[in-house]
Every structure is written in structure tokens, then in C-alpha cells.
Design a protein around this ligand. Structure first.
Ligand code: F6R
Length: 608
């Protein structure tokens, strides 16, 4: 959610900053901008639209400088436009880029207007530049001014700033928004995500809330929230170029769908031994903790929440533990009652989702047994702040629509269900069955990728519709919800999901020849009832696209039955996800949407 980058080097910084912005475009892409020191002045370029527009502007203007900041935006306050694009400046002296939301901006803006500052944008971010200028005019150094603005501002921010009167350095401040330093040889970088600068350095320092930094090409100093100079740990990360490029694929989403067999293999790698899950895979002492779990509270958002909904079935049937699930954005506001021995489980691909992070922080002040996260990014705030972590090891997910993150989250959640059962010493046979089935899963997921040809055939009959309905029962209802979410976010077709048995309680009224109905029909205890639900759709002229082997006896007049590869029933939700992802992708391709960066969205949602 907005990408910020800064650099102080001995080479021309403009190109490096723009390359970094390209890698962070998944965080927001409605406008972009750059400010860099060029001799005695600052070059300031901004434009509406994607980073390539800024790049074109830079090719025309050819700015040259060694220290600068840049930004790719996801609008919160103020429409996407050139004036609202970052960097914002105050009196052409201080320039800032910001990720986050300043919650008390109305009050601060009023104060600054009283001091004579004029605002040219509708953003909350512009006031940061004016506040800095205000404190600099009180004969403060830039570091003092950075500390002072922190005392005034409430909310979430990662800020990078430059001062026209100090051409060697950039400055940073962080509170509740990701920000890290990259340490090179005689050059210093900063970014919202290590991916942005991973081809410039492999040495990173993850800043903490309250930190303020002064960085030049030669040195950096970090001050903590008490204004004390501190040393922060240097982390070595090798992010391969292959992991961050599309390779032979047209889109990151397509690549990430097809990476799923390997991603799932990486999730289970080193976590299953013999015929059971290994002990303490969530960290030292996790086995003792899991033995005590009596309830689970899941908090997550979007796709990650859908993974939690599927897992609730597993926690119940495999681990004998009941689960409460809440949207992270809602959880704190319902005054949750926390029963004794409840484990908090957060699920997050990015590990930076503000709603989930706030829920975790709130939960840590409550009476939970402990906090455990299923996360894809080891250096993220959620991974660092949770008591126990299981990394999904899916590799970077760059397409905005989550694919391999979801199936690896499900795989990791199955490992959690098995670990709880093992810690409680229950269901040994079931554990052996599922450990064996998990080992076979990557191969079966590979087989499901081969359904692509059939999905390409049906995509045109969905691509020309305005609505779609997804149906599932039991564990497949959250998969239906995930299928609907994928379709709507990348193809902009309105899609809804229902438990199939609910159809007759209202949504059946929507069925006609313009409403494609996509149903998940695995062999199961509920198969017969589900088929009856599908007959009800058929009788009303609905077009059915049915995935699964339980629909064998159903004869349909319009639509298609798609047989699925076989796997252990409890793992089928993972398998059935894959064709729904491919179908959405193929539909979006026909509709010509921006698949990796769908309108209005951003990947890492760091505002509440
Ligand atoms: C949908 C999607 C989002 C995310 C949600 C949570 O395709 O990607 O719904 O799942 O924003 O993000 P994380 O998992 O990073 O916390």
C-alpha cells in the first residue's frame, strides 16, 4: 500500500529509484513521483498513472543526482492525480514520501494553515512536509525535526524525506508501516519492501516503530523512540532475480498459479518426518503450547481469512478444537470474549496487513494462551511480533490477486491441525493418513493445472456476463468464496458465493440464463444434497459449471462438468482452488483487464 524508496549513492540515483518503484508497483499504482538533489536544487517529477509514465518523463527530463526519494501511490486521501502524487514539498525546501495514514491530519492541517502554510493537495501526507519545514525553522536539525513531527502525528507512517539544504542525506521515520534500510558498499538505500532493492544489496536492517534515521552514502545513524542512538540487527537476505521476474509467463498471477506444486512442496519440506508431522515446527516450545489449546481464534483478511475458514473444519475434525473466525478489521470492535487456553492464529501473506497487525497487537494485551502466525514473509511485522511462526515458504507473491499464498496457507494450516492433534496425542491413524496425503499433494496439484485447456473453453461464456454465483458446501463454501473473490478482483465481474443449501432461501431468484453458476461437487457426505441444489438451478434455466466427481449423474443442458483428480477428501479444498484461479485468470485475460494490478487494489494493505 504505497511503495517508498530512498537512496544515497555515488551513481545516478534516478534509474535505481525507478527500478525499485517498478518492483513495488504491487503496493499501489495510481500515480508516481520522484525528488532528487541535482547540484544546488531539487528536481521534482510526478505523474498520474503507473511508474512507466514517470520513467518516460525521466527519459525526457534526464535528471541527474546522487540522493533522492520516490513513491508509487495507492490513494487514501485525495483522488489519484498529479497534485496528490508524492513527493510532497514545503516551500521547495523539504520533500517527503509517505506510506500510511495520518489520523489527526484535519487538526494538524488547521494548525499549519494558521502558521501560514498553503496546501496544494488533498492528501494527509502533504502536512508532513510542512511540519518538517516548521520545525526546521525553529533552528532544529533535520533529525530533531523528524523526532518532533512524530510527537505531533497520530496514525501509521513510513516517511522518507530530503532537505534541499543538505544534499548528502535522506531521512526516515517509521511507525506502524514497513520500512527498512539496505546497506550497500558506499551506498545506502531504504524501501517499503526488500524486493525493491534486492538487486542493489543483500544486507537489510528492518526498522522498528519510533525509529528515525539519517543516511548518507557513507554512513547511517538510527535513533529509537527515546531519541537514543541504537544499533539494529543486520539481516542477510538473498532474493533471487528469478523469484521476482515473470520468466516465460505473461503475468505474475499466471506464474504464481503454476508455481503451486513447488510452493506446496516448500511448505511441507522439513515439516513431515516418517508418517507424522514433526515436533516444534512452529518454534521452540510450540509443542507444549499446542497441547494446552482448547479454542482457536483466527483473525485475517480477504483470501487469508478464507484459508482460516477452511482450516476451522480441520481444527474441529482433526484436532478436536473449536474455532472462532473474525475479519481482522472487525475483531477488536466486538469486545471479544476470550475463553481460557485460546490460541490466537493470524494468517497473512505479507505479514504487514494493518488490520491483522492491529488485531495481533490488541490480542497480545489480552488473555490469550499465545499468538501464532501463518505467514509468507519472514521479516514482516506480523512474523516478528507473533510468539510462534510457520512460514509458508511460497516465495515472493507479486500478482495482487493471491494464489500460491492461499494454497500454501491451507497446507500450513493442515500442518497446524496435525500438530495440535499430535501434541494432544489424538487421531494417530488420521495423522498418518494425512501426512502421507500431504506428501502426494504437489503431484496432484500439478495434475489439476492440466485442466487449463477445459477452462479456456468455458472462459468466453463467463467473460461475457456481468454476474456469477459460486456454490459449495462445508469446507467448499470458503473455497467458493475464494473463487468469487478471484473472479471479481481481476475480471471486475460481480461474483457472490453461497453455501449451496442456502440457494432456496433467496438467491435462487437471481437464476436465469445470464447467471453462470459455478459449483464445487467433490465426492462427499453432502454430494447428494448438493446435486439436488444443482437440479434446482438447472430447472430454472441456469448454466452450470460443476467441478468434481460427484456430479457424474447430473445431466446438464448448458455448461460443463469438469472431473477433478482424486486426493484425500480433507485436502480437496486445496486442489479445487486451482481450477477456480485459472478460470478467473482466463476470464480476465479475455476481458483485457490489468491482471497483476487490478484497478483500485494494492497488495500489501498497510492502512486500517
Ligand atoms: C485477494 C487478496 C487479499 C489479501 C488480503 C490480506 O486476492 O490478496 O484479499 O488476501 O488483503 O493480505 P495478507 O494475506 O497479506 O494479510
Amino acid at each position: 500500500m504505497c511503495g517508498i524508496i530512498a537512496a544515497a549513492t555515488n551513481r545516478n540515483v534516478g534509474k535505481l529509484l525507478v527500478q525499485g518503484l517498478h518492483k513495488m508497483e504491487y503496493r499501489g499504482y495510481d500515480s508516481a513521483g520522484i525528488a532528487l538533489h541535482q547540484e544546488t536544487s531539487i528536481v521534482h517529477l510526478r505523474c498520474l498513472g503507473k511508474v512507466r509514465r514517470l520513467e518516460e518523463k525521466m527519459i525526457e527530463e534526464k535528471p541527474k543526482g546522487k540522493v533522492g526519494i520516490a513513491h508509487t501511490r495507492w490513494a487514501t486521501h485525495g483522488e489519484p492525480s498529479e497534485v496528490n502524487a508524492h513527493p510532497h514539498s514545503s516551500k521547495e525546501r523539504v520533500y517527503i514520501v509517505h506510506n500510511g495514514i495520518i489520523e489527526n491530519y484535519i487538526e494538524l492541517k488547521k494548525e499549519l494553515i494558521e502558521y501560514g502554510y498553503a496546501f496544494s493537495s488533498q492528501t494527509d501526507s502533504e502536512l508532513i512536509a510542512h511540519l518538517l519545514d516548521y520545525f526546521l525553522n525553529q533552528k532544529n536539525t533535520m533529525i530533531d525535526a523528524m523526532h518532533s513531527i512524530k510527537e505531533k502525528m497520530q496514525g501509521a507512517y513510513a516517511i522518507a524525506a530530503i532537505d534541499q539544504e543538505d544534499s548528502d542525506s535522506f531521512y526516515l521515520a517509521r511507525n506502524n508501516s514497513p520500512l527498512l534500510l539496505g546497506v550497500g558498499s558506499e551506498e545506502l538505500f531504504a524501501a517499503s519492501d526488500p524486493l525493491a532493492i534486492s538487486d542493489l544489496t543483500d544486507k537489510f536492517i528492518f526498522l522498528e516503530d519510533g525509529d528515525v534515521v539519517e543516511a548518507s552514502s557513507k554512513a547511517y545513524k538510527i535513533y529509537d523512540k527515546n531519541k537514543e542512538e541504537v544499533q539494529r540487527e543486520l539481516t542477510h537476505l538473498n532474493i533471487s532475480a528469478q523469484a521476482t521476474s515473470k520468466g516465460e509467463y505473461k503475468h505474475f498471477m499466471e506464474k504464481e498459479i503454476f508455481e503451486q506444486p513447488t510452493a506446496i512442496l516448500n511448505t511441507i519440506d522439513g515439516r513431515i518426518g516418517g508418517e507424522d508431522v514433526l515436533e516444534n515446527i512452529f518454534g521452540e516450545g510450540s509443542n507444549e503450547l499446542l497441547a494446552q489449546v482448547k479454542r482457536i481464534q483466527v483473525v485475517a483478511c480477504g483470501t487469508s481469512l478464507h484459508a482460516g475458514r477452511v482450516a476451522a473444519n480441520w481444527f474441529s475434525s482433526i484436532s478436536q478444537v473449536p474455532t472462532q473466525i473474525d475479519y481482522a478489521s472487525e475483531y477488536r470492535y466486538k469486545n471479544p470474549y476470550i475463553d481460557k487456553n485460546t490460541l490466537l492464529v493470524t494468517i497473512s501473506q505479507s505479514g504487514e496487513t494493518a488490520d491483522t497487525l492491529s488485531a495481533l497487537r490488541y490480542a497480545k494485551s489480552q488473555n490469550y494462551l499465545g499468538s501464532l502466525t501463518i505467514c509468507n514473509v519472514p521479516t514482516s511485522s506480523i512474523a516478528r511480533e507473533s510468539d510462534y511462526v510457520l512460514l509458508t515458504n511460497a516465495g515472493p507473491e507479486i500478482g495482487v490477486a493471491s494464489t500460491k499464498a492461499f494454497t500454501t496457507q491451507l497446507t500450513a494450516l493442515m500442518l497446524l491441525a496435525l500438530s495440535i492433534a499430535k501434541a494432544k496425542d489424538i487421531n494417530p491413524k488420521l495423522r498418518t493418513r494425512l501426512a502421507t496425503a500431504l506428501r502426494a499433494l504437489p503431484e496432484i496439484v500439478s495434475q489439476s493445472l492440466e485442466l487449463r485447456g477445459q477452462l479456456i473453453e468455458i472462459a468466453p461464456s463467463i467473460a461475457n456476463k456481468d454476474n456469477a454465483l459460486f456454490l459449495g458446501r462445508g469446507m467448499f463454501y470458503p473455497i467458493a468464496k475464494e473463487g468469487a473473490l478471484k473472479l471479481k478482483e481481476i475480471s471486475y465481474i460481480h461474483a457472490e458465493a453461497y453455501p449451496a443449501g442456502e440457494l432456496k432461501h433467496g438467491p435462487l431468484a437471481l437464476i436465469d440464463e445470464n447467471m453462470p453458476v459455478i459449483a464445487l461437487a467433490p465426492e462427499s457426505d453432502f454430494a447428494e444434497k448438493l446435486i439436488s441444489n444443482l437440479e434446482e438451478v438447472k430447472a430454472r434455466g441456469g448454466t452450470l459449471y460443476v467441478f468434481g466427481n460427484a456430479a457424474g449423474d447430473l445431466s446438464i443442458d448448458s455448461g460443463k462438468l469438469i472431473n477433478m483428480p482424486e486426493c484425500d477428501f480433507l485436502l480437496t479444498p486445496i486442489l479445487y482452488t486451482v481450477p477456480l484461479q485459472i478460470l478467473s485468470y482466463e476470464v480476465a485475460l479475455l476481458r483485457g483487464t490489468d491482471i497483476d494490478q487490478p484497478r483500485n487494489l494494492a497488495k500489501s494493505v498497510t492502512v486500517e
